[in-house]
Ligand binder design. Structure first.
Ligand code: TRP
Ligand code: SF4
Length: 457
């Protein structure tokens, strides 16, 4: 390593932890040495960088997810996505972003509307309980590295992979009124891959409709690692690394690798990975090398993420259909109390209960779906009993529900108010989040460029 190169572990400039106690174990990295304009051998450096990045970031603990800026959010977004994010922010290192470029892939003609939607959505995130002290909140377009990685990955992504993503044909069929024959629309799942890989996130909370995109991300990462994760003499280096393990482990490793490579035995792969984890005397670079060697390819530069499938609570709208802005059947997170009251009171119920004396079946009633989200066990028992025996009327049934929703939303409205009154506060949160996100993304691009042989300056 050239003497002038130092990979320092110190808190990055502007790190929040300087001002607040940091609840997460966070290694902050000062990116300055990387921008030194010095000739250097990119191949030579990549080892150092990889080792460093792997040390500083534990992919398994890092979560990334994004949402298109759709403007004000409603209960469907809350129970389907946000509530889960709020929970995750305390358990993982979370990056949540506004996918504003993604909005352009379908709504390029209405791009002027994006801005208002962005800020409305961020305020709702904060209102719902996302905490900028726990999660990094940012806007995609403020981190241009997403675009650079997207471009570089586009070079290695076969056209067929994108054409086969189910949402490509589905959306074109569904959104007939929109022109979706663009290059950007075809590439949007790859942009999503770049969103994920640029943070080396290990887990991606998504709904079922997005799992195919995470799958594509894994394939792209694998291809990238295969193409660029090789170093000259990789096999020799891997063999040397094997020799650094104990005799028993060496034999086991070879055996498991063979079973995986020859028979595709996934369990053998898992066991071999576990074996590597247990090795005390392997350097991180060797460990990565041997992980890559297991799968026949090079080292793991971009980790393959897993989808974290959100068991999405289906939230019915006022008419019993799925709650959605396009159906006009929503209760928004900042709905005023009178409207919440009115909307739930006029909400559809089981059609069998045409008269007060007709018994009903909660399973046929959208109000019941909301009770499942908002009411305790006693109230729910009371609903089932009262509904099926006509012991209570629908208005009675809705009363405790309205109260719980009001309670929840009152807290959100209150949190939202301070941000509505001080938009500069929202902008500051996003500026800080975007800066932190960008620092992370820059590190990845250093590695990616170097690995591809583009590290020259
Ligand atoms: N495509 C996602 C959606 O439409 C949003 C998104 C963009 C996303 N990039 C992402 C989600 C990365 C998870 C990870 O809902
Ligand atoms: Fe629905 Fe409640 Fe009326 Fe039964 S009593 S139909 S669950 S609103």
């Amino acid at each position: 390593m050239p003497a002038s190169w130092s990979l320092t572990l110190r808190r990055a400039k502007g790190c929040r932890a300087e001002r607040e106690p940091c609840s997460r174990v966070r290694l902050c990295y000062d990116p300055r040495p990387f921008s030194r304009p010095e000739p250097r051998s990119s191949r030579f450096l990549v080892d150092q960088i990889v080792e460093f990045v792997l040390k500083a970031n534990n992919a398994e603990r890092r979560i990334l997810s994004g949402m298109r800026p759709t403007g004000r959010l409603h209960l469907g977004h809350y129970h389907g996505v946000l509530r889960n994010w709020v929970k995750l922010q305390h358990e993982f290192e979370c990056f949540f972003f506004v996918a504003d470029w993604h909005a352009l892939t379908t709504d390029y003609a209405e791009s002027l509307d994006i801005e208002q939607s962005v800020w409305d959505m961020v305020i709702d995130w904060l209102a719902a309980g996302l905490n900028p002290g726990s999660a990094t909140l940012f806007i995609q377009s403020r981190v241009p590295e997403h675009a650079e990685l997207h471009l570089l990955l586009s070079m290695i992504t076969p056209l067929g992979w994108l054409e086969r993503v189910p949402s490509y044909k589905d959306q074109q069929a569904k959104l007939k009124e929109k022109d979706l024959t663009t290059y950007g629309f075809l590439g949007y799942p790859l942009l999503q891959s770049a969103d994920i890989l640029v943070y080396r996130a290990g887990k991606v909370p998504v709904g079922a409709d997005q799992v195919a995109h995470v799958e594509l991300t894994r394939e792209v990462a694998r291809r990238f690692n295969f193409l660029y994760g090789r170093e000259p003499g990789f096999e020799d280096a891997a063999e040397l690394a094997i020799g650094r393990m104990g005799k028993k482990s060496q034999r086991l490793y070879r055996d498991l690798r063979k079973r995986y490579l020859e028979q595709g035995d996934g369990e053998a792969l898992e066991r071999a990975r576990a074996l590597l984890d247990e090795q005390q005397n392997l350097s991180l670079a060797d460990r990565e090398r041997l992980t890559g060697y297991l799968e026949g390819g090079g080292r793991l530069l971009l980790p393959e993420p897993d989808a974290l499938l959100t068991e999405s609570a289906k939230v019915p709208g006022l008419d019993g259909e799925k709650m959605s802005k396009s159906y006009g059947n929503t209760i928004s997170l900042r709905e005023v109390p009178e409207e919440v009251d009115r909307k739930v009171r006029t909400m559809k119920t089981d059609p069998a209960r045409a008269r007060r004396t007709d018994p009903g079946d909660p399973e046929q009633c959208p109000v019941w779906s909301l009770h499942k989200l908002y009411s305790d066990a006693d109230t729910r028992d009371w609903v089932v009993e009262g509904c099926t025996t006509a012991g209570i009327g629908c208005i009675d049934c809705k009363r405790p529900l309205i109260e719980s929703i009001q309670q929840d939303l009152a807290a959100m409205r209150q949190r939202a108010r301070q941000y509505e009154e001080q938009p500069e506060l929202v902008k500051a949160i996003i500026a800080e989040g975007s800066e932190h996100a960008r620092d992370q993304a820059k590190e990845t691009l250093e590695v990616v460029r170097s690995a591809m042989g583009l590290g020259y300056r």
